[in-house]
Structure formats: C-alpha cells, structure tokens
Design a protein around this ligand. Structure first.
Ligand SMILES: Nc1ncnc2c1ncn2[C@@H]1O[C@H](COP(=O)(O)OP(=O)(O)O)[C@@H](O)[C@H]1O
Ligand code: SF4
Ligand SMILES: [Mg+2]
Length: 375
C-alpha cells in the first residue's frame, strides 16, 4: 500500500499548516490559557474545532537522582528542564536534538510513563498531572508509544495475532473471539501486513515489518496520541520512507496526533506541522516546520541543520559548531547552556542569564530561546 512511494522529499513537506491559525502558547504561558480554535478557520480541510490542543505540557521537568563519585553523593541529572509545548488534534509535533538531550524522557513524561518532577500536564482538557496509575488507566488506551526497536518491545514467544489481540484484551475492546480476530485482521491490513502474518513470531519478520507489528499493536486500542520515539532510526534507509508514509496515512485516516522524535532533521521536516529543537533538556526553538527550516534563528538549530551534509559553504562552516562535546546534564553550563559551543555567545550575558523561549516576530509563532538570534 505505501511501498511504492518516493523517498521523503524535504522540499515538499506534506504538511504546511497555516502559521496563524491559532495563537501559539509555548514558552512561559501557562496551559490554562489554552488557545481556542477559530471556527471560521478550517485547517487543511479539517474542521478547526478538531484542531484544539489535545496534549498540553506546562513547564514539565524530569530530574533523575544519580549517584556520583567515590562517596556516592546524589546529584540531580536534569534530563528535561521546564519544557512547555502542546500537540493539537491531528497534528505532528517533531522533536529533534542530539542523543542524550532528553527527547525520550520528555516523550515518556508526556505519557506519564515516567513521573515528571515538576510542571503540569493536560490531556483533552483534563488535568492529568497528579492522576494515579489507576486513574490513568482509561487514558492509557488513548496515549500510545511506538519504539525505535520494535523487536525488544515485542514478546518473542507470542505470535503476531496474540501480540495485537493482547492490546484489545487489556482494554476489553472485543465483544468475543470472532470480533477479536476480525479486528486483528483489520489492523494487520491497515498497517500493510499480510494475513499469513497472524500465526508467525516476531523473529520471522524484517525490521520494517516488525515496526508495522508495533504500530498495529499501538493502533489496536484506538489511540488519539502516539509518541513515535525514533520509529525509523533502526531501519534501512530504503524501508524508512515506507514506515514514515504509513504513519502519515494513518494520521490522515484516524486524525492521530503524534510527537515524532528523531535526530534526522529531513524526516522531521517531512513529517511535522511544527518542530521543537531540544538542547540539554530545554526547547531552544519551536516553530511551524516551514518557518523553522526557512529561518533557523537559534545558533544551535543552525549548527544542527548544518550537520546534514550539503554543498553550501556557509553551512559547511556551521557544521564545525556541533563538533564540540555536549555538556553533561549533571553539570549544565550556567545561563544559556549552549554558550560554550556558540560563536555568538556574549560574555557576561549568555553565560549568566537563561534566555526565555519567546516569540520572534509578532504573531509569527516562531519561538526562540536566545539573546542574539540570527535574523
Ligand atoms: N532512568 C534514568 N536515570 C538516570 N538518567 C537517565 C535515565 N533516563 C535517561 N537518563 C539521562 O537523561 C538524559 C536524557 O536521556 P534521553 O531522554 O534518553 O535522551 P535522548 O532520547 O534525547 O537520547 C541522558 O543524560 C540520560 O543519560
Ligand atoms: S543565548 Fe547566547 S550563547 Fe545562547 S545561543 Fe544565543 S547567542 Fe548563543
Ligand atoms: Mg531517545
């Protein structure tokens, strides 16, 4: 179904959400100021009312206590530090950044798979910040995750049928065995697997097919929001486009919201309506995908984009910038944590004051956390 598509072409993103359809509210704005959709403004053919924020995070942090040194002193590792963002119904928010910057931890915090240290979370207008595991149960179904390595998350002793059926059973979504089998068959077809996959085991499949099984399992419970945590990073390049296009098709069909995590900026641009750039636990730039890739105000975003090999001499020069080591989140630099690697850093300012994530131009929805952003 999706196999005959061309590879993602970053110059032609599928999504181009109008930049001003809603007031943005990332940054320091609290989530109770949720933007209301303008019913007169349909977005991409979908009723605007459907495009209200589904998930909202307000200054979410996750600090891990870590024992260090000879005497085992406990220090706090700031994996995620005061992140505010939202994901609308039917929208993909891309999340990019170098390995270890906190992407997976943030994704898990949003699903409450790890308990945030601070901040607030709302899902479908409900404050879920302090819900217990039991209280979360009805919402669990609606919030799913697809992992980078489906193999380690699929039980090797269960058949595909059992893996997908288990998800239906946990949430009592099938009326009887016949209904269960019908649903499993529908799901396999929907993700592009043949019916003879039913009684086979995960090891009998290729990486791309295993990822399809992982997606079928996530879809079985009819979720609204899926964290896709590097879902294609472990796959052959030739297979990546198929999985990406499958996720896009499913989003269209089912009005799914995605947090799409990747370190591959081209794929993120292709997938996302908006993109957040993360560095050492913080969001440093957040903008509609078209605006982010066109303007790149933050020096780190420029450096990160320059890591994609290109002939452009200006970008080549910028590529050097990301070669310095990422500082440890156990000991993040004061002020702007990018300052030791930044060519625009101002002594006495950037190494002292943390730049807030603020809107660049009035109404542009392009937010940057930098004292001296590029124009
Ligand atoms: N359970 C944990 N205990 C301690 N540190 C952790 C834990 N999980 C993640 N970290 C640390 O948090 C930081 C962010 O990790 P992660 O969210 O996995 O980053 P990414 O997904 O961007 O590679 C890293 O320094 C990582 O070592
Ligand atoms: S705040 Fe200063 S150090 Fe940080 S990215 Fe901007 S210019 Fe560079
Ligand atoms: Mg990760």
């Amino acid at each position: 179904m999706t196999d005959d598509r061309e590879s993602p072409d970053p110059s032609a993103p599928l999504h181009s959400a109008p930049e001003n359809e809603l007031e943005d509210q990332e940054g320091s704005a609290p989530t109770h100021d949720a933007p209301e959709a303008d019913p007169a403004q349909p977005v991409e053919g979908k009723p605007a009312a459907k495009r209200k924020p589904l998930l909202q995070a307000d200054r979410i942090s996750k600090y891990f206590p870590v024992k260090t040194g000879l005497f085992g002193r406990t220090r706090l590792l700031r994996a995620v530090d005061q992140v505010s963002l939202f994901v609308r119904h039917g929208e993909t928010l891309g999340l990019v950044g170098e390995s270890g910057c906190g992407k997976s931890t943030l994704g898990r915090c949003l699903l409450k798979l790890v308990e945030p240290t601070g901040g607030r979370l709302k899902f479908d207008d409900q404050d879920i910040t302090h819900l217990s595991a039991r209280q979360m149960r009805p919402l669990r179904r609606r919030m799913q995750i697809v992992f980078q390595d489906p193999f380690s998350s699929l039980n090797p002793r269960m058949t595909v049928r059992e893996i997908v059926a288990e998800a239906l059973q946990i949430h009592k979504l099938a009326s009887d065995k016949q209904d269960e089998l019908r649903q499993v068959n529908d799901l396999l077809e929907r993700v592009g697997l043949r019916r003879d996959a039913l009684e086979r085991y995960p090891h009998e499949f290729s990486g791309g097919q295993r990822q399809r099984i992982g997606i079928a399992r996530a879809l079985a419970v009819r979720p609204d929001f899926i964290v896709c945590d590097e879902p294609i990073s472990a796959l052959d390049v030739s297979i990546q486009a198929q999985i990406v296009n499958l996720l896009l098709d499913l989003q269209q069909e089912l009005n799914l919201s995605y947090l799409f995590i990747s370190h591959d900026l081209k794929i993120v641009e292709y997938m996302s309506h908006r993109v957040a750039v993360m560095y050492l636990g913080r969001i440093v730039e957040l903008a509609p995908a078209t605006s982010l890739y066109a303007r790149r105000h933050h020096p780190y975003t420029r450096a990160l984009l320059s890591a994609v090999p290109v002939a452009d001499p200006e970008r080549k020069r910028l590529r050097i910038l990301v070669e310095g080591d990422v500082p440890s989140p156990l000991d993040p630099p004061p002020g702007c944590s990018f300052h030791p690697r930044c060519p625009r850093a101002e002594k006495g300012k950037c190494d002292v004051d943390v730049p807030p994530l603020v809107e660049r131009e009035g109404g542009s929805r392009h937010r940057v956390a930098c004292w001296h952003p590029h124009e």
